[in-house]
Write a protein that binds this ligand. Structure first.
Ligand SMILES: C[S@@+](CC[C@H](N)C(=O)[O-])C[C@H]1O[C@@H](n2cnc3c(N)ncnc32)[C@H](O)[C@@H]1O
Length: 242
């Protein structure tokens, strides 16, 4: 078990979101990476169809999707491989994605439009802020966090998105019985995830005190593929909202 959980994320005297905002530390840095012409076109033509603007108030998800259906949110979807596969595979469910990397968002919109998907919406901002201000409590059936930036250097661990206040926030957004699924290819981060999520009173580990089997629903993403090439292991976790 990692003894190195950063202690800057949760003052028990503060509500979780206040603690998160007070942290002021982002889990991402603006990545260089030019958009292709097709991705730029996607931003012009497809963002109005798939994009979620910041209106500063919780979204009415029923109106957004035009129906009541199970809802899954993926945080930091990268190029969107898993989200695309899930949304295409489950037309009877609705999917939300949050990603700050604009080319990745463009990529996902292009692929989604090519498949004619109508059950997907995307926010392109800090997931902490979107969760806090735009997602009402107890409205999600699942939250996915696959291969979040590992910030491997110890002095950067405070940038890792999985901190007690963040996990509390995710738990609040889940319906009772909803799932929080995580995966990482960094053992030390997996240990941190296990410790932090196990300490959240609103969640229970679906696999006793340990890791979960790899879910069939998770396609091999670019980052997982890269981890495998580098010989990294992969740790999955699955928690249920009490
Ligand atoms: C290592 S990549 C993994 C991408 C994808 N899940 C995969 O497995 O291929 C992590 C992604 O999370 C995004 N990210 C990190 N912090 C974020 C935040 N606070 N809000 C939204 N996206 C974030 C990054 O831009 C990056 O694309």
């Amino acid at each position: 078990m990692s003894p190195s959980i950063p202690d800057d994320s949760h003052d028990p005297g503060l509500p979780a979101t206040a603690a998160l905002h007070r942290r002021g530390i982002k889990s991402f840095v603006a990545r260089a990476g030019r958009m292709t012409t097709a991705q730029e076109r996607a931003w012009q033509e497809l963002w109005p169809r798939y994009g979620i603007e910041d209106q500063g108030i919780p979204l009415d998800l029923r109106t957004l999707f035009g129906r009541e259906a199970p809802r899954t949110l993926e945080i930091g979807f990268g190029n969107g491989e898993s989200l695309l596969a899930l949304a295409a595979d489950r037309p009877d469910q609705d999917f939300l994605g949050i990603e700050v990397h604009r080319p990745g968002v463009g990529h996902l919109m292009l692929r989604a439009a090519a498949l004619g998907l109508t059950n997907l919406r995307i926010a392109c901002r800090d997931a902490v802020d979107v969760l806090d201000r735009q997602i009402a409590d107890a409205t999600l059936d699942a939250v996915l966090l696959y291969f979040p930036d590992p910030w491997p250097k110890k002095r950067h661990h405070k940038r890792r998105i999985v901190q007690p206040a963040f996990v509390d926030l995710v738990a609040r957004k889940l319906k009772t019985g909803g799932r929080f699924r995580l995966a990482t290819d960094w053992q030390n981060y997996a240990e941190q995830m296990l410790e932090v999520a196990s300490s959240c009173a609103a969640l229970e580990n679906e696999f006793d005190a340990g890791y979960a089997p790899r879910p069939d629903s998770r396609p091999l993403t670019r980052f997982e593929n890269r981890g495998q090439r580098l010989g990294h292991g992969v740790w999955d976790l699955s928690f249920r909202k009490r």
